[in-house]
Design a protein around this ligand. Structure first.
Ligand code: ASP
Length: 452
C-alpha cells in the first residue's frame, strides 16, 4: 500500500474511533455489539438457502469482518505475556515481605477455589431443576452433531486422551502444566501457568535483593506494564468496529435459529451467569469487600463490556488492571497480584458453564449420572476451569476430557458448539468479574490488617 493511502486510511480510522465527548467508549462498543447482532441476523435472513447469497454473506464474514476482529484481538493478546509478567512480579516484589505474599496468596486462592466450586454446583443444580436436555428432539440432535462434529474433533485433537500412562509419565504431565522444563516453549504456546510461576518466583526473588536495586527493577517493570497498557489504548480505539465485526461474523453465519433449538439450555446457562453476577457477587462485595455493590459493579462496566466483546479473560486483563486501580481504588500491588492470577486460574463462569454442558449432554443422550459422578463433575469442572486458557473457547478442549471421565460422549459437545460464542461472551464477564470482586476482598482484608 502506498504511503499516502496508508496515511489516509490511518487518519480515517483515527477520526472514526475518536471518542466524542460524552460518548464513553464502552457505550460505543455496546452499540457495535447490538448492530452486529442486527446486521448479522438480517444478512442471515437475506441469504436464506440461496447458495449465491450465502457465499456473499460468508465472504463478508470471513474476508472482511474476521480480519478486523482478529486485528483487535491480536493486539490485545500481543501485550498479555509482558503485561502479566511485569505486573505480577512487581506486585509480588512490592510486597517486600514473603510472609505477606503467603497471606495474600492464601486469601486469593481460597477465594478462587470457593467461588469456582459454588459456580460449578450452581450450574449442575440448575440443569437438574430445569432438565433442558430431557426429551431433546432426536432429529435436532443428529443435525447439530452432523453440523458441528468437525469443530468438536478439532477441540478433541488439542487434548490427549492417552490411556495406560505410567506413574512417572503422569507425574511429569502434571509438572509440565505449571513447571515445564522449557518455560519459553510454554510461553510461546500461551500456556499461562508457567509464566505465572516464573513471575511469582521472580518477584519473590526480588524481595531478597537490596532495596535500591529492587526499586530500580520495579520501576523498569512498571514502565513496561504502562507501555503495554498504552498499546491496549490503541487497540481499544478499534473496539467498537471490531466488536461489530466479531458479532456479525458469528450471527451471519449461524443465524439465530440455532438459538431457538437450544433456547432452554441457553436460558438456563445465562440465568446462572446472571445469578452469579447480580446476586452472588454483590453479596461478596457487600460482605467481604464492604463496598456498595451497585457502585462497584457500575464502575466495572468497562471491564464487563471488554470481557463480553473479546470473550477472553487474557485480553481483558489490561482493562481490568486499569479500572481496578483508577476507578475502584485497588492498590497496584494487589491488582497486579490478583488480576493476572485470576485471569488464568479463576473462572467461575467457565466452571458453571462446564457443569451445565456435562449435565445437558448427558440428559440429551439419556445418561444418568450418579451422585458420586456428579461430585466428580464438580471437582473436575473446578480443576479444568483453573487449567482453561483465558481465550475464546479456551475451556472447550478440557471440557471434553471432563465429559470423557464421567462417561458422557465428548463429541456430544458438538450439540452446543453453535451457540457457544454467545455463552462464551457471558462466561468471560463472570470470570473476569470474579477476579475484580476478589481484588475488593483482598484490598479490604489487607488494609484491615494494616489498620489493626
Ligand atoms: N473465554 C473464557 C475466558 O477467557 C474461557 C472459556 O471458558 O472458554 O475467560
Amino acid at each position: 500500500m502506498d504511503l499516502a493511502l496508508a496515511a489516509t486510511v490511518a487518519s480515517a480510522v483515527t477520526r472514526m474511533s475518536e471518542t466524542r465527548p460524552g460518548v464513553p467508549l464502552h457505550r460505543k462498543v455496546l452499540i457495535g455489539l447490538v448492530l452486529g447482532v442486527l446486521v448479522g441476523a438480517a444478512a442471515n435472513l437475506w441469504a436464506g438457502t440461496d447458495a449465491g447469497r450465502r457465499s456473499v454473506v460468508a465472504f463478508a464474514a470471513d474476508g472482511i469482518a474476521h480480519p478486523v476482529g482478529q486485528i483487535f484481538l491480536r493486539l490485545l493478546f500481543l501485550v498479555v505475556v509482558p503485561l502479566v509478567f511485569a505486573s505480577l512480579s512487581v506486585g509480588v516484589a512490592n510486597l517486600g515481605d514473603l510472609r505477606k505474599l503467603g497471606r495474600m496468596g492464601g486469601r486469593t486462592l481460597g477465594f478462587f477455589f470457593l467461588t469456582t466450586s459454588f459456580a460449578a454446583v450452581l450450574g449442575i443444580t440448575q440443569m437438574h431443576l430445569v432438565q433442558p436436555g430431557a426429551g431433546f428432539d432426536d432429529a435436532t440432535r443428529q443435525s447439530l452433531m452432523d453440523q458441528f462434529s468437525a469443530n468438536a474433533a478439532e477441540y478433541q485433537s488439542k487434548v490427549e486422551f492417552k490411556e495406560g500412562l505410567t506413574t512417572i509419565e503422569r507425574v511429569n504431565k502434571v509438572l509440565d502444566w505449571f513447571l515445564p522444563r522449557n518455560v519459553l516453549g510454554a510461553i510461546t504456546r500461551m500456556d499461562m501457568l508457567p509464566l505465572i510461576v516464573l513471575a511469582l518466583l521472580f518477584g519473590a526473588a526480588l524481595t531478597q535483593i537490596p532495596d535500591s536495586r529492587r526499586h530500580q527493577m520495579c520501576a523498569w517493570l512498571e514502565t513496561v506494564a504502562e507501555a503495554m497498557v498504552g498499546i491496549v489504548g490503541f487497540a481499544m480505539k478499534l473496539a467498537p468496529y471490531a466488536v461489530f465485526c466479531l458479532v456479525y461474523a458469528v450471527v451471519a453465519k449461524f443465524g439465530l435459529d440455532l438459538l431457538q433449538k437450544l433456547a432452554l439450555y441457553v436460558v438456563v446457562v445465562l440465568a446462572g451467569y446472571l445469578i452469579v453476577l447480580f446476586v452472588f457477587y454483590p453479596i461478596l462485595i457487600a460482605t467481604l469487600a464492604r463496598r456498595s455493590p451497585v457502585d462497584y459493579l457500575r464502575r466495572s462496566i468497562p471491564i464487563m463490556v471488554t470481557a463480553f466483546s473479546t470473550s477472553s479473560s487474557n485480553a481483558t486483563l489490561p482493562t481490568s488492571l486499569r479500572v481496578a486501580q483508577q476507578d475502584l481504588g485497588i492498590r497496584p500491588q494487589i491488582a497486579g497480584f490478583v488480576l493476572p492470577l485470576g485471569a488464568t486460574m479463576n473462572m467461575n463462569g467457565t466452571a458453571l458453564f462446564e457443569g451445565c454442558v456435562v449435565l445437558f449432554v448427558a440428559q440429551v443422550f439419556g445418561i444418568d449420572l450418579s451422585i458420586s459422578q456428579q461430585v466428580l463433575v464438580v471437582l473436575l469442572c473446578v480443576f479444568s476451569a483453573i487449567g482453561a486458557a483465558g481465550v475464546p473457547g479456551g475451556s472447550l478442549p478440557l471440557l471434553m476430557t471432563v465429559m470423557a471421565q464421567v462417561g458422557v460422549p465428548p463429541d456430544g459437545i458438538a450439540i452446543v458448539l453453535g451457540v457457544d460464542r454467545l455463552l462464551d461472551m457471558g462466561r468471560t464477564v463472570v470470570n473476569v468479574m470474579g477476579d475484580v470482586v476478589c481484588c475488593g476482598y483482598v484490598e479490604r482484608a489487607e488494609s484491615a490488617r494494616r489498620g489493626a
